[in-house]
Write a protein that binds this ligand. Structure first.
Ligand SMILES: *[C@@H]1O[C@H](CO)[C@@H](O)[C@H](O)[C@H]1NC(C)=O
Ligand SMILES: *[C@@H]1O[C@H](CO)[C@@H](O)[C@H](O)[C@H]1NC(C)=O
Ligand SMILES: *[C@@H]1O[C@H](CO)[C@@H](O)[C@H](O)[C@H]1NC(C)=O
Length: 428
């Protein structure tokens, strides 16, 4: 009898300590791998979700409100829970409508649920979708290597219909929204594990997204050093559809001026500010593969760039679409930071907040010529400057939502590393 009691005591001890060990592990940061899809130029990541867990391929939308996935096809999970209308989770998602789907119950179609608006910015289409919760599992990191996998049992996301996948990279079944909304990945994960409201992106053909604070290390052990500029809130949503009064979930910064080889462009400064209707200003976006500039800025920018290139005997050749300005490779030398062309400075708000763009991020080699990867954004765009994916590559960015500031590194190529250099050997 005594032995039996002792046996149970030990068993209980073991059970408790095992579950304790699991629940007391608090990750300091989480990491996702990101790959660039060659045909759409979108950045794609994979998150494990559901019970049993399955890998879900998602296109990264830096300014997206939340995670949404196609629930109409192949969504099988015993842990799926629709979010009830007027619940706390519903308020967190700023939902203003109730849904009542009578064809269910099934994932994406239940009665008396909270209805939100999943958005596909690539085709500028939005629709209504059921807010839901399910298990999500992500790898933790100490900043140098991936560590053990952790789970969020009640991760809030949105169910979308299959047609909303149009225009997304092959195999993607949803969008990973990294926007500033409370139900966006950064704030929801920070809340789930009580880590700082910060996340970082380092994009390239292969790169990473890290949720949580420093350290962030890239082989051979380098921590990118950062300069800072404030993040601005656009008071009017930039999503394809939204309820009136909603602010934008996207990340805006202030470009105060642009220089090429230290020569300032003359720009109508009204365009650089966000007005009361939410027009103008500068945002960072993974939806645009290349930076777009409002027409008058584009014209001033390209003519000064062409002039500075000519001063180095780099001559213009016929353009290759979608680019408007291309050059002969003759007289162009190469360095670690790409082709040696005029360098571009984005002079941002804040002290020393100059983001220098070298040939690695301004030029692309195509059909034996070099093209300038800045595009004409039209004469009345919603946002005057949209900094696109190509300009972000192999640069490290930390979005600090608590302090409302952006840390940026400039090209990592100058420090002999790249975004592909995170050490993915697990030390769990
Ligand atoms: C500057 O841009 C604003 C906004 O587009 C426009 O209303 C204004 O007329 C422009 N000013 C000049 C001098 O072109
Ligand atoms: C450009 O070419 C001209 C004529 O060949 C030459 O005199 C000049 O030194 C070159 N300039 C540069 C910056 O290479
Ligand atoms: C990557 O991390 C593993 C595990 O910590 C370590 O053994 C290995 O040396 C690292 N690789 C490099 C190239 O430093």
């Amino acid at each position: 009898m005594a032995t039996l009691v002792l046996f149970f005591a030990i068993l209980l001890f073991l059970l408790v300590s095992v579950s304790d060990a699991q629940s007391s592990f608090r990750p300091k940061a989480l990491i996702l791998r990101v790959e660039k899809d060659a045909s759409t130029l979108q950045y794609v990541t994979t998150i494990n979700q559901r019970t049993p867990l399955v890998p879900v391929r998602l296109v990264v939308h830096l300014g997206g409100q939340f995670l949404w996935v196609d629930c109409d096809r192949n969504y099988v999970s015993s842990s799926y829970r629709p979010v009830r209308c007027r619940s706390a989770q519903c308020a967190l998602a700023r939902a203003s409508a109730c849904g009542d789907c009578v064809d269910g119950p099934r994932p994406g179609c239940n009665r008396n649920t909270c209805s939100v608006i999943p958005d596909n910015p690539f085709i500028r289409t939005a629709t209504s979708g059921e807010l839901a919760q399910d298990i999500v599992s992500i790898q933790s990191t100490d900043g140098s290597n991936p560590g053990r996998v952790v789970t969020v049992p009640n991760y809030i996301f949105t169910c979308a219909p299959t047609f909303l996948l149009e225009g997304l990279a092959r195999g993607a079944t949803g969008l990973a929204g990294l926007g500033r909304a409370r139900v966006g990945l950064p704030l929801q994960l920070a809340a789930a594990f009580s880590f700082p409201r910060k996340f970082a992106i380092c994009l390239a053909t292969s790169g990473v997204i890290i949720f949580g604070d420093r350290p962030y290390r890239f082989l051979p052990g380098l921590e990118p050093s950062l300069r800072y500029t404030p993040l601005f809130i656009n008071p009017v949503s930039t999503a394809s559809a939204y309820t009136q009064g909603e602010p934008s979930d996207e990340y805006f910064i202030r470009v105060n001026s642009i220089r090429i080889n230290d020569k300032p462009l003359s720009i109508n400064t009204t365009l650089l500010k966000i007005d009361s209707e939410g027009n103008g200003g500068t945002k960072i976006s993974t939806v645009n593969p290349y930076t777009t500039l409002e027409t008058s800025i584009y014209r001033a920018f390209t003519s000064l760039f062409i002039q500075e290139a000519a001063a180095r005997n780099i001559s213009r050749v016929a353009a290759v679409a979608p680019f408007g300005v291309c050059f002969s490779t003759q007289n162009v030398f190469y360095s670690r930071v790409g082709p040696n062309v005029p360098y571009i400075d984005l002079v941002l708000q804040g002290q020393n907040a100059v983001w220098t763009i070298t040939g690695s991020n301004s030029m692309v080699y195509i059909n034996d010529v070099l093209c300038l990867t800045f595009l004409d954004g039209g004469s009345n765009p919603r946002t005057s400057i949209v900094i696109g994916g190509y300009q972000l590559e192999n640069n490290f960015f930390q979005f600090d939502l608590a302090a409302s500031r952006l840390g940026f590194s400039g090209t990592l190529l100058g420090s002999r590393t790249t975004c592909a250099n995170f050490n993915f050997t697990s030390n769990a």
